[in-house]
Design a protein around this ligand. Structure first.
Ligand code: AFP
Length: 337
C-alpha cells in the first residue's frame, strides 16, 4: 500500500502563501507562532494533576469570572510567543481588559490578534476537553494614511474582516482547526514529531442534523423562538419535525464546535432573560467560530443576522450564538422573524 503523503502545518501554509497567494509571509509566521503556543498549552493541560496548573488562580478576569491557573498561564504563553515576532501591532485577550500594543522594543507588524487562551476552563479540573480560540484581523490604516493606531477601536471590525481564524482542542488528541479563507481544515498533533499534521482537509458540515447542543438548565429563561425550536426537537418523531433528536453539551465551545464540524449538529448559546446579550464573547469566541463554520458550509447567526456581519461595539461584547448545520440554523433564525 502506498504511504500517504503527510502534510504538515508549515507545508500547508507555504502552499497558501506561495501557490495560492492567500496569505503573506507575516501571516504564515503568525499562524505558526500561534500553533507553537497551542502545543505548549497542550503540554501544560496534559500534565493535569502532575503539573501545577489545576485549581483557581485567586484572581478574576475582566468579566469578574474566577480565573484558573491554566487560564493565566495560557494567556502568558500566547503573549510571550507572539510579542516579538514583528508581525503584530497589538494583541487582545479574554483575560485582559485592554488591548496590548506590541512593546516599542520590538518591530510592529500589520496584524491584530485576539484570543480566548483557554476556553471551557471550568472543565480543566474534571479532565474534559478545553481549548484556545483565536482571530486575526488587519490593523486598519488611519484616515490620513498613517500607520494604524492599535487601540480598541482598531479591533472593532466585523467578523468578515478576519484574515484567519482557528481554535485548538486539547482533548483525547490535540487538534488545531484553521481557516485562512479557503475552507476549514484540521491538523492533529503528532506527539512523536510534535508537529501538526493535516488530518481533516476541507471539512464540510452536513446541512441537516438530528443533534443539538444547548444548556437546557437555562430553558425557563429562553426567548420563545428558541423554546419553540427545542420543544419541537424534544417532541421527536411524534412532533412537527417527524424525527428524533439527540442532545450533547460539553460546556467547552471548542469541543462542541469540533463535534459539529465532524458530524454536523447545531450549537446554541442564545440570549435569555439572564444573559440579555447572550453569554459568549463576539470578538474572540463567536467571530472566529462563525468564520470557521461558514467556511465549512455551515451557518452562524445571533438569531437575527449572520454573526460575521455584526458591527462590534466593544472588545468584550457578548453575543447570542446559533451555529452549525445550515438548515437547522436557518430554521431557528426564521423562528426569530
Ligand atoms: P468557561 O471558559 O468560563 O468555562 O466558559 C466556557 C464557555 O464560554 C463556552 O466554551 C461554553 O460553551 C459555555 O461557556 C458554557 O457555558 P455554561 O457553563 O453556561 O454551560
Amino acid at each position: 500500500m502506498p504511504t500517504m503523503r503527510r502534510v504538515h502545518l508549515t507545508q500547508f501554509l507555504i502552499e497558501r502563501q506561495r501557490d495560492k497567494k492567500l496569505i503573506n509571509a507575516d501571516l504564515r509566521l503568525l499562524i505558526e507562532t500561534i500553533a507553537r503556543a497551542c502545543k505548549a498549552i497542550s503540554t501544560r493541560v496534559n500534565k493535569g494533576a502532575l503539573g501545577d496548573g489545576l485549581g483557581g488562580a485567586a484572581t478574576r478576569n475582566v468579566h469578574g469570572e474566577v480565573q484558573k491557573k491554566l487560564d493565566v498561564l495560557s494567556n502568558e504563553i500566547l503573549l510571550e510567543a507572539n510579542e516579538w515576532g514583528g508581525n503584530l501591532a497589538a494583541l487582545a485577550s479574554e483575560e485582559m481588559e485592554n488591548p496590548r500594543p506590541i512593546p516599542t522594543r520590538y518591530p510592529r507588524g500589520e496584524y491584530l490578534l485576539l484570543f480566548d487562551p483557554l476556553d471551557g476552563s471550568s472543565n480543566i479540573d474534571v479532565n474534559i476537553s478545553v481549548g484556545t480560540i483565536f482571530s486575526v484581523l488587519r490593523c486598519p490604516k488611519l484616515a490620513d494614511g498613517r500607520d494604524c493606531d492599535p487601540d480598541e477601536k482598531a479591533f472593532l471590525q466585523p467578523g468578515r474582516s478576519q484574515v484567519a481564524a482557528g481554535f485548538a482542542v486539547y482533548g483525547p488528541t490535540t487538534v488545531l482547526v484553521l481557516t485562512v479563507g479557503d475552507g476549514t481544515h484540521a491538523f492533529t498533533l503528532d506527539r512523536e514529531s510534535f508537529t501538526f499534521v493535516l488530518t481533516h482537509g476541507d471539512i464540510r458540515i452536513p446541512q441537516d442534523t438530528e443533534e443539538f447542543a444547548i444548556n437546557t438548565s437555562n430553558m425557563r429563561r429562553w426567548e420563545p423562538p428558541v423554546k419553540r425550536y427545542i420543544d419541537e426537537c424534544l417532541a421527536g418523531s411524534d412532533g412537527p419535525r417527524g424525527k428524533d433528536f439527540n442532545m450533547r453539551w460539553v460546556a467547552s465551545m471548542v469541543a462542541d464546535v469540533f463535534r459539529v464540524l465532524s458530524r454536523g449538529g447545531i450549537f446554541m448559546y442564545p440570549r435569555d432573560s439572564k444573559n440579555k446579550d447572550g453569554r459568549l464573547r463576539l470578538m474572540y469566541e463567536a467571530n472566529p467560530m462563525a468564520l470557521i463554520v461558514e467556511q465549512a458550509g455551515g451557518a452562524a447567526t445571533d438569531g437575527r443576522a449572520p454573526i460575521l456581519d455584526l458591527q462590534p461595539k466593544g472588545l468584550h461584547q457578548r453575543v447570542a450564538v446559533i451555529l452549525g448545520s445550515r438548515n437547522e440554523v436557518e430554521r431557528v433564525t426564521s423562528y426569530h422573524k
